[in-house]
Design a protein around this ligand. Structure first.
Ligand code: ATP
Length: 213
């Protein structure tokens, strides 16, 4: 079973990494594919370039057993739609179980994603709880939860796709937005990101205002 962890990773931080590792071990997943997006369709564009975001991701996950970077969205022109990514992963291995891993904030926005119902036909959705974000109780997602939520990890292995699982993970109130603000203010981002990521942010002044500004 493959986990897919998509994001802008602007930058990658421990609020991504620790929940992902816990999902890898508890579901369990054979692997997590980290999928940096080139052009996010549902939010403002990243501050760091795609190349810098990729290098920060490499600094964080290279050499970690079970973590792999998948560059397909970086190589694909146009908006980075998750449905296209899932379709191409499905085409590579028809029978493999796919689990889209989302934080609660991302899940709450799912009904606005391009072809979102197809997403739930191609993959299971595993939602990591995130501080400050509650499960949707009503609307299209409320209905989806009523129809598809499961408490059983075994269902993910038994069924081909279409389950929604809410999985408790260590709650880390860390966001890329807050990290960018700290860096821009000249403050340290130590202990929020891996040291290799901090080195890139600091040495390349990724989020700092241009010198002299
Ligand atoms: P930003 O602050 O720029 O919006 P972010 O910190 O939310 O960024 P993204 O790259 O946009 O990071 O998020 C990618 C995925 O990681 C999303 O599914 C999001 O819900 C999840 N995620 C991010 N931070 C956390 C966290 N602290 N706990 C759980 N999930 C998280």
């Amino acid at each position: 079973m493959l986990g897919i962890f998509g994001g802008t990773f602007d930058p990658i931080h421990f609020g991504h990494l620790r929940p992902a590792l816990e999902l890898l071990q508890t579901l369990p997943l054979d692997q997590i594919a980290w999928v940096p997006c080139r052009q996010p369709p549902h939010r403002e564009q990243p501050v760091a370039s795609a190349d810098t975001r990729l290098r920060m991701l490499q600094a964080a996950v290279d050499g970690v057993a079970g973590f792999e970077i998948d560059r397909r969205e970086l190589h694909r022109a146009g908006p980075s739609y998750m449905v296209d990514t899932l379709r191409s992963l499905r085409a590579e291995a028809e029978q493999r179980r796919l689990c889209l891993l989302l934080g609660m904030d991302a899940f709450r926005g799912l009904a606005a994603w391009h072809e979102w119902r197809t997403i739930t036909e191609l993959a299971h959705v595993v939602v990591a709880e995130r501080p400050g974000w509650q499960r949707p109780a009503a609307g299209e997602l409320g209905a989806l939860i009523n129809a598809c939520a499961t408490r059983s990890v075994d269902d993910l292995h038994r069924k081909h796709a279409g389950c929604i699982l809410f999985q408790p993970v260590t709650q880390l109130e860390i966001s890329a937005t807050a990290i960018r603000s700290l860096a821009q203010a000249g403050k340290s981002v130590r202990y929020l990101v891996p040291d290799g990521v901090r080195d890139i942010i600091e040495h390349e002044r990724v989020y700092a205002p241009p010198k002299g500004a």
